[in-house]
Design a protein around this ligand. Structure first.
Ligand SMILES: Cc1cc2nc3c(=O)[nH]c(=O)nc-3n(C[C@H](O)[C@H](O)[C@H](O)COP(=O)(O)OP(=O)(O)OC[C@H]3O[C@@H](n4cnc5c(N)ncnc54)[C@H](O)[C@@H]3O)c2cc1C
Length: 493
């Protein structure tokens, strides 16, 4: 055997077991198998199948739910040592080995070829688990999702005879495995096998020059940060600020909007933290659009916030975006996401105000609003497995805590504000009308739990809408034994 199984008796066990970003979960697998090559991975997977062990794979450890860190899991295969980013001439695409992180990918793409992948916002996210969730980021309005650039994927899967096999699936129309490629363009993680490599190339590009395969890195990148003191904010001002943000997002979310070069998030923090923050990224954005955005956001507030604009190199920003927000601080957290097709109503902004100003015993409770749309809305709902192509904003109700004693009230806060926000549709953002469902990259196991989902709408409708049946067929074919599963995994047809 070439693989190295780290058991609880091993001095390295705690370090390898403690790699999850969300401290809410604790797992105790009987073995952790770090692998650095596809051959080792194949052997590790075959070992778990032969020994009938419940297995999951871990990459960057950034899962929001307990898909990896789960007491039911017996073996964790850790692919984080499997690194590599290169131009593959045969595929005419950028090949990324699945253990690479978003930061490593962005760094190599920019330094070697001056290009980028519009991937997620945190540089430590693992590519293996990230891309197949769709992968949105700071530049998805300008360039679409990272999954929109997926040309091919290689996975290890387990056949009916319990044998591990390797397969490559591309987006070529005549590829017999095309459906498997499609399932990795937003069909979720940990569903169909273990991804070993992804290849990226923009659709329609034929040139055999790596610097032309993906979008160019921005020539000019600027951040815009605004901040308001909670002391100055009453309910009228708060609601006006959310209206302003919603109005701008609605007006500038079309697939052909000229303002796609501007992405912003409004961080509505609990009143006890003292401030509300807005963070925007302007990539090759005109001064006119930047000024119109700042003016719209500030309109009729009647107070002056702090506003700072800072030019940066793209890579410098991507590797350390907004350090005050994205600091790698390990905590327990719960996130409940929703996509919005129209802005929050005054009644809904009133609910957020109430939760942020009266529940001061949950200082880690926050609501976020991010601009969506733009280029990501230029794709049809079934061209990829990611169907949410008509939203104007994403919203997240979340709470973070360090002391386990704060868990119950933090969860209650997060579930409470979310439930009230979507009370008119059974407490959940049922797709259609105001809401556009949820993002599988930010999974919320509550959706599959009858205690929290009383809407009568199954969990998969929120994530996959009409694409679910197609995903089930892919699952039936490529994971016939149901080896790869978790709280929100696709059920085989
Ligand atoms: C701080 C933070 C910021 C984030 N920001 C963004 C963002 O901006 N945009 C966005 O789209 N998402 C974002 N996410 C969510 C992130 O994309 C997902 O959690 C993603 O699944 C993480 O992948 P990972 O490899 O780091 O995580 P892991 O915890 O290692 O794995 C997550 C899931 O993917 C599976 N998986 C991992 N590797 C593979 C593989 N090689 N093959 C098959 N399955 C695999 C795991 O089994 C598990 O089900 C963020 C998460 C965090 C915690």
């Amino acid at each position: 055997m070439n693989i190295n199984i780290i058991t609880p008796a091993d001095a390295r066990y705690e370090e390898w077991n403690n790699r999850g970003a969300n401290l809410r979960w604790k797992g105790h697998p009987s073995g952790i198998i770090p692998v650095s090559t596809t051959e080792e991975l194949k052997e590790a997977l075959q070992y778990t199948v032969d020994n009938d062990k419940r297995v999951v794979v871990r990459g960057g450890g950034h899962c929001l739910e307990n898909f990896v860190v789960d007491p039911a899991v017996e073996i964790v295969i850790d692919i984080s040592p499997m690194k590599g980013i290169r131009y593959d001439e045969e595929m005419n695409a950028i090949e990324v080995t699945a253990g690479s992180t978003v930061g490593e990918v962005l760094e190599t793409l920019d330094r070697q070829w001056g290009i980028l992948l519009p991937a997620g916002q945190h540089p430590a996210i693992g590519i293996g688990g990230h891309i197949s969730g769709g992968a949105f980021g700071f530049l998805h309005r300008q360039h679409g999702l990272a999954a929109d650039y997926l040309y091919a994927v290689e996975i290890l899967w387990v056949n009916n005879k319990r044998q591990v096999e390797k397969v490559i699936a591309t987006r070529e129309e005549n590829d017999p495995n095309r459906e498997l490629w499609w399932a990795h363009t937003g069909g979720g993680t940990g569903n169909f096998g273990i991804v070993t490599r992804y290849w990226f190339r923009a659709a329609g590009v034929q040139e055999r020059d790596p610097s032309l395969l993906l979008p160019k890195s921005p020539e000019i990148l600027e951040t815009m940060e605004m901040e308001w003191n909670w002391e100055q904010i009453d309910e009228r001002i708060f609601k006006q600020l959310l209206d302003n943000f919603g109005e701008w997002s609605k007006t500038h979310s079309g697939a052909d909007t000229e303002a796609a070069n501007l992405f912003a998030t409004l961080y509505l923090l609990n009143k006890v933290t003292g401030k509300i923050m807005l963070k925007a990224v302007l990539s090759d954005c005109s001064e006119e659009i930047a000024e119109e955005f700042a003016a719209t956001i500030s309109a009729n507030l009647g107070i002056t916030g702090r506003a700072i604009r800072k030019p940066m190199r793209w890579l410098e920003f991507a590797l350390q975006p907004f350090p005050d927000i994205f600091v790698e601080q390990r905590a327990a957290f719960k996130v409940k996401d929703a996509l919005l097709r129209t802005p929050y109503t005054p009644a809904q902004t009133g609910i957020i105000y109430r939760y942020l100003t009266t529940h001061n015993d949950v200082p880690g409770g926050a609501v976020g609003l991010a601009t969506f749309g733009g280029k990501m809305n230029a794709v049809t709902t079934d061209a990829t497995a990611f169907p949410q192509r008509d939203s104007i904003m994403a919203t997240a109700c979340n709470a973070g805590w360090i002391d386990p004693a704060d868990e119950a009230k933090s969860l209650a806060w997060t579930r409470g504000v979310y439930q009230e926000l979507f009370a008119e549709t059974g407490g959940l953002p049922i797709p259609g009308g105001q809401a556009g469902g949820c993002l599988i990259a930010h999974p919320d196991a509550d959706l599959a739990d009858e205690q929290f989902n009383k809407s009568g709408v199954p969990w998969h409708v929120f994530y996959y809408q009409d694409n679910y049946k197609r995903l089930q067929r892919v699952k039936g074919k490529w994971d016939p034994l149901g080896i790869f599963r978790h709280a929100l995994s696709v059920e085989g047809a």
